[in-house]
Ligand binder design. Structure first.
Ligand SMILES: [Zn+2]
Length: 135
């Protein structure tokens, strides 16, 4: 598989490599490797030519393919352990399907339930207090 990626200069084309990817990233103190250029919905985005066609791709997906040397299987998604969408660190990426993504979100949501439950109770208490004041 060959990725060809646009260089900084218009009309100059360079071959995608981990060097290309990492030269556009910054190492975060948390260990995440963060894409510094454009983003879409929080995900890092870069311009590539793939199979002769220019397209914008999500760089965490590119990172996964560059590291593994394989295309992402059809129907699979590259997910983040770290929940940082513009992170391209391979240790933070894993392959899953939509079900895995939902299960992962649910598992992570469960972890935070105490605080959201507290927030809900506070909101209910606030509503009750407003009702009491009104009557
Ligand atoms: Zn990360």
């Amino acid at each position: 598989m060959t990725w060809t990626v646009t260089g900084r200069k218009r009309g100059v084309w360079t071959v995608a490599s981990l060097d290309w990817l990492f030269s556009r990233c910054m190492l975060d103190p948390s260990g995440c490797i963060l894409w510094q250029l454009s983003r879409e919905d929080g995900y890092g985005r870069g311009g590539v030519v793939h199979n002769g066609q220019f397209q914008l791709i999500l760089v965490h997906r590119l990172s996964w393919e560059l590291h593994t040397g394989q295309p992402i299987p059809a129907g699979k998604q590259v997910l983040h352990h770290c929940d940082v969408r513009h992170c391209v660190r391979i240790d933070d990426l894993f392959l899953g399907d939509n079900d895995a993504n939902v299960a992962d979100k649910v598992a992570k949501g469960r972890q935070y339930r105490p605080s959201s439950e507290t927030a809900r109770q506070m909101a209910l208490a606030g509503a009750a207090a407003r009702r009491i004041r009104r009557t």
